[in-house]
Design a protein around this ligand. Structure first.
Ligand SMILES: *Cc1c(COP(=O)(O)O)cnc(C)c1O
Length: 393
């Protein structure tokens, strides 16, 4: 018999009723160390007092008005994102996939409004993940997500990750732009080297293409800069964000330059809930935390600690861990055993991690993680590895 909730998820047999910082608690009061942050979402940790205050204060004022009226909280959040990025304008959504939908539509509309309606195709990369809507599964191009859902939405050409020649060959008179995650998340924590991002920028400028970044997972401080592409010293024309900006409240956004957004006039796009007062109150509170002086530097320092400790762990467990990779607090443990086995062993040690493609276990702790939390997590991973070794012996 089907479950009351559509059974599309493979859920671990544990639930949490309360969270505090980097820890979550089961109804029985058992504590788990959360190094998944709900897939890079609870960027400020659980129940951050500043976020709780922002949400509850807003909840007592007004929840929803719709985008038919002026939205001061939304305007403030947009302005702050603009002040801290390449962008001139922002569209708010409830999710990452919707932010990508806006980015895709905007790129097509830009070309159409510039007299090139034939340029509607986007080049994407193998291993990419851009969401679960019909267009974003086509953009992601993964067979397992496309299978059985009818004809793939037209307009996406996928090339192998890191294959420069294939990328150049894929550019046609119908190409509108290039869509890429600066750090592939679901694909297995694969950072695009800064010189490649620079190369993409040059290629787009040379060919008149729009460069679109999907920073839904790697943005909002995750890599130690507000946006991951800042490490490369270049900027996209359009960028989708979500996950971390809401700190656990559903919120996404599509950021763009004035030029790239030039086709998106009144009536061309919209959302009932997008950028609602509750969501943007939390979004503004998240930025208060992440943009506080020294915060991103502290993320960089914590990231270094984590990287060093994981390098040592890899040396101790060569039969389990093949490689450690990532950027900032977005780390992938490439496994020699099935990644699900390491995840399950970590769960036994009350450490939450997230699986990813390419047999990787992802560590995406809240950005407020401390050195002590990191030491504890790596100790739990060490125990998990030992348990797996004992099983194999
Ligand atoms: C999670 C994710 C998405 C989709 O976001 P949803 O909020 O689940 O729609 C898109 N792109 C990337 C890189 C993601 O990690």
């Amino acid at each position: 018999m089907i479950t009351p909730v559509l059974p599309t998820y493979a859920r671990a047999k544990v639930s949490f009723e309360r969270g505090e910082g980097v820890r979550v608690f089961t109804p029985e009061g058992e504590s788990y160390l959360d190094f998944g942050a709900g897939v890079a979402v609870t960027s400020c940790g659980h129940s951050h007092p500043h976020l709780v205050k922002a949400l509850t204060e807003q909840a007592q004022k007004i929840w929803h008005t719709s985008n038919l009226y002026q939205m001061p909280g939304q305007e403030r959040l947009a302005q702050r994102l603009i002040d801290n990025s390449f962008a001139d304008t922002v569209f708010f959504t409830n999710s990452g996939a919707e932010a990508l939908e806006c980015a895709i539509k905007m790129a097509r509309k830009f070309q159409a409004a510039s007299g090139h309606p034939e340029k509607y195709r986007l080049i994407t990369f193998e291993g990419a993940f851009h969401g679960r809507t019909l267009a974003t599964i086509a953009a992601g191009g993964q067979a397992k997500y496309l299978e059985g859902f009818g004809p793939k939405v037209e307009g996406f050409d996928q090339v192998p990750f890191g294959d420069h020649e294939a990328l150049k060959a894929a550019i046609s008179p119908e190409t509108a732009g290039i869509l890429i995650e600066p750090v592939q998340g679901e694909g297995g924590i694969r950072p695009v080297p800064p010189q490649c991002l620079k190369g993409l920028r040059e290629l787009c400028d040379e060919k008149g293409l729009l460069l679109i970044f999907d920073e839904v997972q790697c943005g909002i401080g995750r890599t130690g800069k507000l946006f991951a592409h800042e490490w490369a010293g270049i900027a996209p024309d359009i960028m989708a964000i979500a996950k971390g900006i809401g700190g656990g409240f559903p919120l996404g956004a599509c950021l763009a330059t004035e030029r790239a957004a030039s086709g998106m006039t009144a009536g061309t796009h919209g959302s009932t809930f997008g950028g609602n007062p509750l969501a943007t109150a939390v979004g503004n509170a998240v930025l208060d935390v992440v943009l506080a002086p020294g915060f991103l530097e502290s993320v960089q320092q914590r990231a270094l600690t984590l990287k060093q400790k994981l390098a040592a762990l890899k040396d101790q467990h060569p039969a389990i861990i093949e490689d450690i990779r990532g950027a900032g607090l977005m780390v992938g443990i490439k496994c020699k055993v099935p990644n699900t086995a390491l995840q399950a062993a970590a769960l036994d040690q009350h450490l939450l991690t997230i699986g990813a493609g390419d047999n990787v276990v992802r560590l995406l702790p809240p950005l407020v993680v401390t050195d002590a939390d990191i030491a504890e997590a790596v100790d739990k991973l060490d125990r998990a590895c030992r348990a797996l070794e004992a099983k194999a012996a």
